[in-house]
Design a protein around this ligand. Structure first.
Ligand SMILES: *Cc1c(COP(=O)(O)O)cnc(C)c1O
Length: 401
């Protein structure tokens, strides 16, 4: 860094230069990240450059992203209404398609109302910033999604992170600050591990401690529970026990965006105070129409969940036979823990050489020493795809030990 003399004579670091140095340090440690350009997608098949790859890394769990009914709904509204919503919801961007989708999401999740956000990231930032202030406590699982952590930090609340899945530790953290208003927030299904939060224990704990429970069900909605209503519904928890339910529309529903569901009073409050709702352009109405078509399919077509569960079971039993380092997950997120970043990267490259695309997830996304292949299954896969993946995994060089 070459500091330059400012008017006062003080030396000022150059921000762009500092960023460039951080980037080159990351490159030197083999952790540089790059977006790969996909030229064409067809179900689980992706074309990248000249190559056609069978992908096990999308979150399109139900295989809805290319469903003709979603595409038809999108086209119909785009034909009639155009593309952009042209304004924020509270100005004139809130269209009939948004209203219908909010009603359908509230009905599906068994909540009074739902409120759309443009992304899950924004939903979590908006909720936390609306609810929490400097004197408040936010207790979170260590493995929560980055945007839940960022939300608590942005709100300025005291953030305490308990060891993964440890409700007793969460109880101690809440009990340690008995006077602070408190939010306990957790992923319902953990995005990089595929396991579930102990929802019933956490709900009981929040009841005893007078804390508010928020579940981010980005990976549970559509996949778990009766008619796919998610992990909260599967755990049999109602709106009193889980007053704040957030989920996204870009994963199992195959579209884009997110929502918060809860009481009418909660939604009214978020409408007033969630800045990421108020001060941003509403999602395109055609997307809302596609998401509504996806909700209907996800509820009605239970065979998608059954197929997904069967593919997951097939993968797990095959991987167990191979002695692969399976995680304790019964969801379509099936990580294989390999340890060092270089091992995960080498495994992903070896799979790619055999025509398979699997994401190597490395620190800082996961803790140091816990680099992994994050394998995700989809109802768009067939048995033979899973078998092909297992064959390629069997051919990987084994890590020592
Ligand atoms: C993907 C994800 C989000 C963010 O949702 P986007 O709509 O992609 O911004 C939030 N929480 C969890 C647990 C997620 O996996």
């Amino acid at each position: 860094m070459t500091p330059t003399a400012g008017e006062s004579g003080a030396k000022r670091a150059d921000l762009l230069q500092r960023l460039a140095i951080q980037t080159s340090e990351r490159a030197a440690s083999g952790r540089l990240r790059r977006a790969r350009t996909i030229g064409h997608a067809q179900g689980p098949w992706l074309e990248a450059g000249e190559r056609r790859l069978l992908a096990f890394c999308s979150n399109d769990y139900l295989g809805l992203a290319q469903h003709p009914q979603l595409i038809a709904a999108f086209k119909r509204v785009a034909d009639d209404e155009g593309v952009g919503s042209t304004a924020a919801h509270l100005v004139c961007g809130h269209r009939r398609e948004h209203a219908e989708l909010e009603e359908a999401l509230a009905d599906w999740t068994g909540r009074e109302r739902a409120l759309l956000f443009s992304t899950g990231y924004m939903a979590n930032l908006g909720v936390m910033q609306a609810l929490l202030g400097r004197d408040d406590l936010c207790v979170q699982d260590k493995l929560n999604h980055a945007c839940l952590l960022d939300g608590a930090r942005l709100a300025g609340a005291t953030l305490r992170r308990y060891p993964h899945g440890d409700a007793a530790a969460a109880a101690r953290q809440l009990a340690g600050e008995p006077r602070a208003a408190a939010l306990l927030a957790t992923d319902g299904v953990f995005s990089m591990d595929g396991d579930r939060a102990p929802l019933r224990e956490l709900a009981a704990l929040c009841g005893r401690q007078g804390a508010t429970l928020m579940i981010d069900d980005a990976h549970g909605l559509g996949v778990l529970g009766a008619d796919g209503a998610g992990s909260v519904s599967e755990a049999g928890l109602d709106a009193r026990e889980v007053p704040l339910l957030m989920a996204t529309l870009g994963k199992a529903l195959g579209v884009h965006g997110a929502f918060v569901a809860g009481s009418a009073a909660l939604i009214e409050g978020l409408t007033q105070f969630a800045r990421t709702y108020v001060y941003t352009t509403a999602m395109p109405p055609a997307l809302a129409a596609a998401a509504l078509a996806a909700v209907r399919l996800a509820r009605a077509e239970g065979w998608r969940r059954e197929k997904l569960a069967a593919l997951t079971a097939r993968f797990r039993s095959g991987a167990a036979q191979l002695g692969l380092p399976l995680a304790r997950s019964d969801t379509p997120i099936q990580p294989l823990l390999l340890g060092e970043a270089a091992d995960a990267l080498a495994a992903a490259r070896a799979l790619e050489a055999r025509g398979l695309l699997v994401a190597a997830i490395r620190p800082p996304t996961v803790p140091a020493g816990q680099a992994r292949l994050r394998i995700t299954l989809s109802a768009a896969h067939e048995d033979e795809h899973v078998d092909r993946l297992l064959e390629a995994l069997a051919a990987l060089p084994r890590p020592p030990g």
